[in-house]
Design a protein around this ligand. Structure first.
Ligand SMILES: C[S@@+](CC[C@H](N)C(=O)[O-])C[C@H]1O[C@@H](n2cnc3c(N)ncnc32)[C@H](O)[C@@H]1O
Length: 591
């Protein structure tokens, strides 16, 4: 090809000019789109929330009338299903850990309530009694009657507040513990975990003392223990310390407790103690009651020898010292150790001949979703040292303070934290107008399915309810910030079943959850799971863009929920609220 001046046009040169121009065009378009998003959006971009609907377009859902599951599924916990235990190993009780069914084995039916199920007794009465027909399981009543965990009386189970180490009632037991740990009385200790919780009487008692506990126990022979806890309105979750980390960030709980919880603390190189060490914040307390504490007086009742118990106690003390715990106090059956606040202690873990060693950087300290336990010490980094128990503000001031860990999250800082807090204050006010049940005894157990900093829970703090804050296992990890402000939560992947029994929550709140889930699994599975864990007559508040609200509403109809669409109250038309109520229905044999 020639120019009209006769020079040969260099094709290569031309294309070289076209490429940068095209590139410039793309960059400029991208930049103006980016500016448009910043200046036209009503909020600061939300950390961890997906905007995928703009990429993937509106999902569609056709109406499906979900069948009822068989009544045998009334207590179905898909990822901890005893029917599948034999597929998994017995070593370290790993069969009781989470093992979710493969996709082809997923149930696509509605879990029915037991025959005779009634609307649960409401908080605070529920702490002491529940309907027998709602949790119709007798094992604890029959086997633990001398320990007063619960007692069947007429149509009810009564909870006298007993436990293995406190058969005469949890109140006096906690009084003694408070004498040993004065930090339990002045707002220093706010969050706790009770490993091997039974029916959660310890966590229930602490609620009145301003301490919020995650009560944790597996689905095992202590039939329905976590179900009883939740039926009582006490925060609890299914879980076991076995081969994988517990689903919580490092350095988060102020206190951990085990009363005769049967976890073999001194076995397997103290690997379970190392996990307690990981999740406790520096200066946090580990409380153990039961063997081998007080072995000098108690060994006869424990069916062992004095020597055996002494050796177990010495081994325990040695392991705890080796991972930088110090004995803090001890009286009668209760011993208390404190995780060090002094990082010098960890320096000696670098020596080659020590056990346990400091963990290498191969695993993130906060990675805790199907993350194997390791026999090494997670040493708190410099940032976390500022979060030692005695250095953080006391409860309740702590609730509105952004911890330094907010800066560990990309695009997250004190401003985004405070902006989120004031946003949720306004939103909760609006929710209460739309759903007057919030703030009454109708709503006790709440899950915020996709939280960032626990803003919803903070805005509801004066109401008679508690919130399990869920941070998606694949989202930005803000859960440590939630714990630092004195709230509780867990990691979870909503394409799988939550670690709880059916009918255990009164309110589920999902804010911008579906865009991210919808390209990981079919939305119907997330909604079927919501239906499983929601109590009959319980509510769901789903906050989504209009793209998603319509298909969600269609699926919700198939779940027999009654939904209505509402404006968000934020002034924007882009998002909508779907407020749904699950209906109470009973299993029909014919279906
Ligand atoms: C004897 S009961 C004690 C219950 C309660 N702490 C009390 O004092 O009444 C033992 C508890 O430990 C739980 N448990 C046993 N092994 C466990 C493990 N590896 N991880 C978590 N909990 C466990 C049992 O499910 C049960 O809740």
């Amino acid at each position: 090809m020639k120019h009209n001046d006769g020079k040969v046009v260099n094709q290569v040169d031309k294309s070289f000019r076209v490429v940068p121009m095209t590139f410039m065009c793309i960059v400029l378009c991208g930049f103006s789109f980016y500016l448009g998003r910043i200046f036209c959006s009503e909020n600061i971009t939300e950390v961890g929330k997906s905007t995928d609907e703009t990429i993937f377009g509106p999902p569609s859902a056709k109406f499906i009338e979900f069948p009822e599951c068989d009544i045998a599924y009334q207590d179905y916990t898909p990822c901890t299903d005893p029917k599948r235990w034999k597929k998994y190993g017995y070593h370290r009780l790993t069969f009781m850990e989470r093992h979710c069914p493969p996709p082809f084995d997923r149930k696509e039916c509605l879990v029915p309530p037991p025959d005779g199920y009634k609307s649960p007794i409401r908080w605070p009465k529920s702490k002491n009694e529940c309907w027998y027909r709602n949790v119709p399981y007798d094992w604890i009543n029959k086997r633990k009657s001398n320990q007063n965990w619960l007692r069947k009386e007429g149509k009810k189970f009564l909870f006298p507040g007993g436990g293995t180490m406190f058969p005469n009632g949890v109140g006096a037991y906690v009084d003694l513990m408070q004498d040993l740990i004065p930090q339990m009385k002045d707002g220093t200790i706010r969050t706790a975990i009770d490993t091997g919780c039974g029916v959660a009487s310890w966590g229930g008692d602490l609620l009145d003392r301003g301490i919020l506990t995650v009560s944790l126990a597996p689905r095992d022979n202590h039939e329905a223990q976590v179900q009883f806890a939740l039926e009582r309105g006490i925060p609890a979750i299914l879980g076991i310390i076995s081969t994988q980390r517990l689903p919580f960030p490092s350095n988060s709980f102020d206190m951990a407790h085990c009363s005769r919880c049967l976890i073999p603390w001194t076995e397997f190189g103290g690997i379970y103690l190392l996990e307690v060490h990981r999740i406790l914040r520096p200066g946090g307390f580990w409380v153990l009651s039961g063997p081998p504490v007080n072995y000098k007086r108690r060994w006869r009742g424990w069916n062992t020898t004095l020597e055996e118990q002494k050796s177990d106690y010495d081994k325990l003390q040695e392991l705890l010292t080796s991972m930088c715990f110090k004995l803090f106090n001890q009286k009668d059956d209760i011993a208390v150790w404190q995780k060090t606040t002094d990082n010098d202690c960890y320096k000696r873990l670098a020596a080659l001949d020590t056990y346990p060693r400091k963990c290498d950087d191969g695993t993130e300290p906060d990675s805790a979703w199907y993350t194997p336990l390791r026999s090494c010490v997670v040493v708190p980094n410099k940032n976390v040292k500022k979060l030692i128990l005695s250095a953080i503000p006391k409860w309740p001031q702590r609730l509105h303070v952004a911890s330094t860990r907010v800066y560990d999250v990309r695009r997250s800082n004190e401003n985004t934290f405070h902006h989120d807090d004031s946003k949720w204050k306004k939103r909760v006010k609006h929710y209460k107008q739309l759903l007057p049940a919030i703030g009454t005894d109708e709503i006790r157990n709440v899950i915020d399915m996709n939280t960032i900093y626990g803003g919803l829970a903070a805005a509801l703090i004066d109401d008679p309810l508690w919130v399990m804050n869920v941070v998606s296992s694949y989202a930005k990890n803000t859960l440590a910030v939630v714990f630092d402000r004195g709230l509780i939560g867990t990691y979870h992947d909503w394409c799988e079943a939550f670690s709880t029994y059916p009918r255990t929550y009164d309110l589920l709140h999902a804010d911008g959850l579906f865009p991210s889930e919808s390209h990981r699994c079919d939305m119907k599975y997330v909604l079927l799971e919501m239906d499983r864990i929601l109590r009959p007559n319980g509510y769901a508040i789903i906050r989504e863009s209009s793209f998603f609200v319509d298909p969600i509403e269609t699926i919700a109809k198939g779940l027999r929920w009654n939904c209505r669409k509402e404006a968000t109250g934020d002034g924007g038309a882009k998002d909508k609220l779907l407020i749904c109520q699950k209906s109470l229905w009973y299993f029909k044999k014919s279906s």
